[in-house]
Design a protein around this ligand. Structure first.
Ligand code: SF4
Ligand code: SF4
Ligand code: FES
Length: 445
């Protein structure tokens, strides 16, 4: 107890001089350094000279990983010495780069598949989900999650989640399963860049022009300019993607979007599923009435549907993180088929009510997965167009065709045949799309 009060007093004293100096400990030796310095500058101020563990000094190269402890605090701190500002009573240790063996591969020869990452780095299967890697990351990356995506074979998500990794190695140093996070993330990003993302025509064109030395003169001119002039030019530059978007409005770059086979196949799938859903939405009340249901029952079915939808939406993020999109679509498609079969074969009160529970999967989860899928398979310059096209098909075209075709079948053959037709249609579209996604799995995990 007496010790504690002494400590408090000494801290108070330090606070009184707070803007001037703080006390840090380097290799156990005490130094007073100006407050506000980064750890790296404080070390230099104390007389140390860097011959390693120092690179960009700007938080990009990951060379300056540091572990520290603040007096009386139980937790270890992890950060980059060039970014973290010193604190009073900080005990510092500079780390040499964390050695971690790297898998050998020729990126031109490996194929991206569900098992590529785990084959190259089988130790990821040993992850015990302790989350220590995430807590150690100075970049605030959800490191554990990208490892889990790799275990699942989701190369795209693994690449995306690890995008800000600067290879500092702090996660690898702490991992009890001896996983080499940063090498794995780098492989995922290489695979995605080389095989999975849509190729940028502009980039290919620009590389060719650079090879032909088209910009040499312009670069020479830039090199002679002063900073202000360069900033002015930079700020007034034209950004092609923005320009194209402004010119094309809600459907900018639509031609480019339709070159994306994954998106086109998805649109066809959604179109057929929505024919069945819209046909159901319009004729379900008539069907209920036809089989002796009252308006009250119809209201009740709506309520059951809405509750089940809300429940699934609450968990949708977790579901999307945990399962592959093709499997979620598979489950949703099955829910469509089961729902329509139940209604077609058993038009009775309990089924009218019970089948509404499937609304959660055939509407709620289906919609959220669609939006997520579009974000995943389209590039930034066509994302908003893709969402607009999707909405047009989902709400517009699917509704027009669903109502027209549904009306004709309901009128001529009856509601039960309409539902059995929807079941057949949903089964064909769902199965066809599942097979398509399985065949293109290298691109959509
Ligand atoms: S530190 Fe290693 S074992 Fe723990 S969650 Fe991260 S990868 Fe898994
Ligand atoms: S993921 Fe690991 S290597 Fe990458 S920045 Fe974070 S701690 Fe450093
Ligand atoms: S020196 Fe490059 S990140 Fe710190």
């Amino acid at each position: 107890m007496p010790k504690k009060s002494l400590v408090k007093k000494s801290k108070k004293k330090n606070n009184e001089e707070k803007t001037d100096e703080v006390e840090v400990f380097i290799m156990g030796k005490s130094y007073k350094v100006p407050a506000g310095l980064t750890i790296m500058k404080a070390l230099e101020y104390a007389g140390y000279r860097f011959i390693r563990s120092c690179g960009c000094r700007a938080g990009f190269c990951g060379a300056c990983s540091t572990v520290y402890r603040i007096e009386d605090e139980q937790k270890l701190g992890f950060d980059l010495a060039c970014q973290k500002v010193v604190e009073d009573q900080m005990y510092l240790v500079q780390l040499p780069f964390v050695p971690a063996s790297k898998a050998e591969y020729d990126i031109d020869k490996i194929e991206p598949s569900d098992s590529t990452l785990i084959e190259m780095y089988p130790e990821i299967a040993r992850c015990v989900s302790c989350n220590t890697c995430t807590k150690s990351c100075p970049q605030d990356i959800d490191t554990m999650k990208y490892i889990q995506m790799a275990v699942r074979g989701d190369i795209e998500r693994c690449a995306e989640l690890s995008f800000d990794c600067i290879q500092c190695g702090l996660c690898a140093m702490r991992c009890p399963a001896d996983i080499k996070h940063y090498h794995l993330g780098q492989l995922a990003r290489r695979l995605r860049g080389k095989y999975l993302d849509t190729k940028s025509k502009n980039l290919a064109k620009r590389i060719k022009e650079i090879d032909q030395r088209k910009y040499d003169e312009e670069i020479a001119k830039l090199m002679k300019m002063d900073k202000e002039e360069i900033v002015k030019i930079y700020k007034s530059r034209k950004i092609e993607a923005e320009q194209e978007e402004n010119e094309g409005g809600r459907f900018a770059n639509i031609g480019k979007l339709f070159e994306n086979k994954l998106f086109v196949a998805f649109l066809i799938y959604v179109f057929f599923m929505q024919i069945t859903m819209n046909g159901n939405l319009t004729y379900f009340p008539l069907y209920v009435l036809e089989y002796g249901g009252k308006e009250g029952l119809f209201g009740l079915t709506k309520m059951v549907g809405s509750i089940s939808e809300i429940l699934i939406l609450i968990f949708s993020d977790k579901i999307l993180d945990r399962f592959k999109i093709k499997h979620i679509f598979g489950v949703s498609s099955s829910a469509f088929v089961i729902r329509w079969l139940l209604l077609g074969f058993f038009p009775m009160r309990s089924i009218f009510l019970g089948s509404q529970i499937l609304h959660s999967l055939s509407f709620g989860l289906f919609y959220v997965t669609c939006v997520n899928f579009i974000n995943k398979v389209t590039k930034d310059d066509v994302k908003s167009t893709a969402q607009n096209v999707f909405t047009s098909v989902y709400i517009g075209l699917g509704s027009i065709v669903g109502n027209m075709v549904g009306g004709v079948i309901f009128d001529r053959l009856g509601g039960d045949i309409m539902y059995l037709t929807w079941a057949a249609l949903a089964f064909t579209a769902g199965l066809g799309y599942y097979v398509f996604l399985t065949q293109t799995e290298k691109r959509v995990a």
